[in-house]
Design a protein around this ligand. Structure first.
Ligand SMILES: NC(=O)c1ccc[n+]([C@@H]2O[C@H](COP(=O)([O-])OP(=O)(O)OC[C@H]3O[C@@H](n4cnc5c(N)ncnc54)[C@H](OP(=O)(O)O)[C@@H]3O)[C@@H](O)[C@H]2O)c1
Length: 289
């Protein structure tokens, strides 16, 4: 089976490429310099030339805080880029899997979010991703998979786990927000789940995260606990609780955006990995636990 992957050099795309050939996928993955998803002609040309069975879009503008001042660019990539790919997929035709985010929700419900819960993005990034989803649905209806994920970490890029590991080694004290809750998701698990979805002849919107809910503070404590062996004999920072209000950032984040994963569980025929298991596997992969 042949996949055309946009965003293959990013955090999630890297994990998909790493697993694809072992799972018998042939992957074509042009980097942004070769194919810019905001250019419809480039997108159509690469898809019609490659004739993939499935297109997976992991390309996105992901700088959540910077998006507040680069709104036009965020919408160009996250909404218009997604639409360009959907239109090209409808013309060939080719199946499409598009990746989206928990930031399409405002996080005020205080319970795990289902796919059709009310959307109310509270940041530019969240709005641009929501409009990207809507653009894909306008063109392809329910035939495309729109896969929302959250709190991703993997080997590539800057993410919470890698940042914590560095701060725990460099500092005496690290303050972490205790009043925002997520389902931390190992990009390795998600990459494999997306490849499984690529084999299915169906579509729809899915919530794809590792299972379970944790505050950023408790997540940081677990990272510290599991990495103790790595710091043997060396000082490790103390993790201290703080609140989202005292940790102001340009873009607002949802307070509670853990996912209800019942739907993806039935589509894949198995439950997602628990977040603790994902973290343990990831730390093992990078030689820390
Ligand atoms: N990271 C998270 O915590 C998180 C949470 C929820 C959802 N998501 C979603 O998951 C998906 C993957 O995220 P990620 O963390 O893997 O992102 P990432 O590491 O920032 O990677 C994004 C990729 O998109 C490429 N890209 C950007 N603009 C492009 C353009 N105009 N044309 C072609 N490629 C372009 C980038 O290429 P260059 O590096 O060359 O610019 C990069 O390879 C995204 O849809 C994101 O919204 C992420």
């Amino acid at each position: 089976m042949k996949i055309l992957l946009f965003g293959g050099a990013g955090q999630l795309g890297h994990e998909i490429r790493k697993r694809a050939s072992d799972l018998d996928f042939e992957t074509v993955s042009p980097v942004a310099k070769e194919v810019d998803i905001t250019e419809p002609d480039q997108v159509l040309k690469v898809i019609s030339g490659c004739r993939p069975d499935v297109v997976i879009n992991c390309a996105a503008y992901t700088a959540v805080d910077k998006a507040e001042e680069e709104s036009a660019l965020a919408f160009k990539i996250n909404r218009d880029g997604a639409r360009n790919i959907a239109i090209a997929c409808s013309k060939i035709p080719t199946r499409f899997i598009h990746v989206s985010t928990d930031y399409v929700f405002d996080g005020s419900l205080g319970r795990p979010l289902k796919e059709d819960d009310p959307k109310n993005p509270i940041s530019v990034y969240g709005r641009s991703k929501w409009e990207g989803e809507e653009a894909v649905r306008d063109v392809l209806g329910e035939s495309a998979f729109i896969v929302r994920t959250q709190a991703l970490y993997g080997q590539m890029g800057v993410n919470f786990v890698q940042t914590m590991l560095k701060l725990i080694g460099d500092r005496e004290l690290v303050k972490v927000v205790e009043d925002q809750w997520v389902s931390p998701t190992w990009a390795g698990w998600l990459g494999e789940a997306l490849l499984d979805l690529a084999r299915l002849q169906s579509g729809g919107t899915l919530h794809a995260s590792c299972q379970g809910t944790v505050s950023w503070y408790d997540f940081a404590c677990e990272i510290r606990r599991l990495s103790e062996g790595q710091f043997e004999g060396r000082r490790m920072a103390v993790i201290e609780r703080t609140t989202a209000n005292s940790f102001a950032r340009p873009a607002k984040r949802p307070i509670y955006s853990a996912f209800d994963t019942t739907k993806i569980c039935s589509v894949l025929g198995r439950p997602p990995m628990k977040w603790q298991e994902g973290l343990r596997l990831f730390l093992g992969e990078i030689g820390i636990a």
